[in-house]
Design a protein around this ligand. Structure first.
Ligand code: FAD
Length: 459
């Protein structure tokens, strides 16, 4: 077997891996990114293609080039929730518009950019195992049919949801989060379809609830090219994704005469970020570390940031010549005190939702005035309620939600626990020494969430 040596080896050429590779290369490190797909297929990844805006991306690639090449619809102004039992709701975006991208081109540009700034990219290279000796020191792969070993100071695992590497590393005696199982993931499927006439909602990302606490989406890449997909949580009975999507598309007049251009499915995490995503010589980023909003499935911004931060911290550790958990810990701290706390808080709503019937949740939502829902979701509505309107809304709500008061009370309690949880994540320890006591405080809140909702413990 050939053996090659690098400063950093990154496994996986998605968003997280490309940002990690570009950052490491910009920092002057010798870095190779290993991607199992061919160069032609690189960047072809199952996704809803919706992104919050280019500002979320770290400045290590040419972000204008990325935007020009792949942001096909930059005019997303609102999220529209289709309510099967009543009024639809619009949640306007507060800060600037979002975008829907051509995901294949987006992925290709990230790989191109990582290469341009100095990372080596090896396509057709499937990582099969890790090399370890008290710490991870490299990986074993098959590169275009031939076995190859890469030795490295740090291995960054950017291999996506349910990453194979995590089955191979011996995490005994490390802080790395091994409390992970498939039930904390969602199975999702999407099609890209071309319709003859532009849809009316080309300025919106559209969501619609489905059974099993999933949702269907229509995200317009352009007025006539729509990314349509759906998913279900794997702690619920499985759903026939392809046929449920087909039935829905057939029912909707705007999809008459539609042509399917691409189909793809994948798993994605719908859990809190890993408590610790580092072990000696090893770091996980993006989907491989649960860096996805567990209620919306949005994972691109988290993957980009995590990849960037991991490579920054690894650069420092390599230059100091210390590759243990303490040297890599700063990466955990950055994730958990930034988007990590938000995703951990969103996970509580996911747990709450999972303990209720979708029909019941839809009835509650239908009974609440639209402005109140927007308020509950923490966004400003397009019209603010005057005092008489507020009184009227309160009376209507009280009458219409009769029978659901305990659910509303639970939602209110979960909301308060989510705020408490965020504070705990603000205090995420700066060194591994305090990690166990931090987890105890966090788990106390989780116990209260399970008490309030009656949900089965998720972790
Ligand atoms: C159907 C669906 C819809 C989604 N919609 C959205 C959305 O609208 N907006 C949003 O922000 N997020 C969305 N997400 C989530 C988002 O796609 C992910 O969070 C994001 O792509 C994570 O990036 P990543 O780099 O961590 O992993 P990935 O993009 O999964 O990349 C992992 C890479 O690793 C490679 N790889 C895996 N194993 C190996 C191996 N052994 N050897 C070599 N290479 C390997 C894979 O080929 C792949 O290229 C969606 C996900 C799904 C499944």
């Amino acid at each position: 077997m050939t053996t090659e040596t690098r400063d950093i080896v990154i496994v996986g050429g998605g968003t997280a891996g490309c940002f990690a590779a570009a950052t490491a290369a910009q920092n002057g490190l010798d870095v190779t990114l290993l991607e199992r797909k061919s160069e032609d297929e690189g960047g072809h990844i199952a996704c809803g293609d919706a992104i919050k805006g280019k500002s979320t991306f770290p400045d290590v690639i040419d972000r204008d080039y990325l935007r020009e090449e792949s942001f096909t619809n930059e005019n997303i102004q609102r999220a529209m929730f289709m309510n099967p039992d009543g009024e639809n709701y619009d949640i306007p975006f507060e800060s600037g518009s979002g975008a829907v991208v051509d995901r294949k081109r987006y992925g290709e540009v990230l790989l191109e950019e990582a290469d341009r700034v100095g990372a080596e990219i090896e396509y057709d290279t499937v990582v099969k195992d890790v090399v370890q000796n008290g710490r991870v020191t490299g990986v074993e792969a098959v590169r275009r049919g031939d076995p190859v070993q890469y030795d490295a100071d740090v291995v960054i695992d950017a291999a996506g949801a349910l990453s194979l590497l995590q089955d191979k590393v011996d995490f005994d005696g490390t802080t790395y989060d091994t409390n992970v199982n498939y039930q904390q993931f969602c199975s999702a499927y999407r099609e890209v379809i071309e319709v003859p006439e532009p849809v009316e909602y080309d300025d919106a990302i559209v969501f619609k609830p489905t059974d099993e606490l999933g949702y269907l989406w229509y995200f317009p890449r352009t007025g006539t090219e729509i990314n349509a997909g759906l998913g279900f949580q794997m702690n619920k009975p499985s759903m026939e994704l392809v046929s449920v999507l087909k039935d829905d598309l057939e029912e909707r007049p705007e999809f008459e005469g539609a042509e399917v251009k691409d189909k793809l499915g994948a798993a994605l995490p719908t859990r809190r970020p890993y408590d610790s995503a580092v072990a000696p010589g090893f770091m996980s980023v993006g989907d491989a570390a649960g860096h996805v909003n567990p209620t919306t499935g949005g994972g691109i911004p988290g993957a980009a940031k995590a990849g960037h931060w991991a490579a920054e911290v690894a650069t420092e550790a390599i230059s100091d010549g210390t590759l243990g958990e303490s040297a890599l810990w700063e990466y955990n701290h950055r994730v958990q005190t930034d988007f990590g706390k938000k995703f951990a808080a969103m996970d509580l709503y996911n747990i709450f939702g999972g303990a209720h019937d979708v029909d019941e949740l839809t009835e509650v939502v239908t009974a609440l005035p639209g402005e109140m829902i927007i308020d509950l979701m923490g966004k400003k509505g397009s019209v603010s309620l005057s005092l008489p309107e507020k009184v009227k809304a309160a009376v209507v709500t009280a009458l219409e939600t009769r029978g659901h008061w305990s659910t509303l009370r639970e939602a209110y309690q979960v909301n308060r626990l989510a705020a408490e949880l965020k504070k705990i994540y603000d205090d995420y320890p700066t060194t591994p020494d305090q990690f166990e006591s931090w987890k105890t405080s966090r788990d106390d809140i989780m116990d209260r969430v399970y008490d309030v909702t009656g949900a089965e413990p998720k972790y």
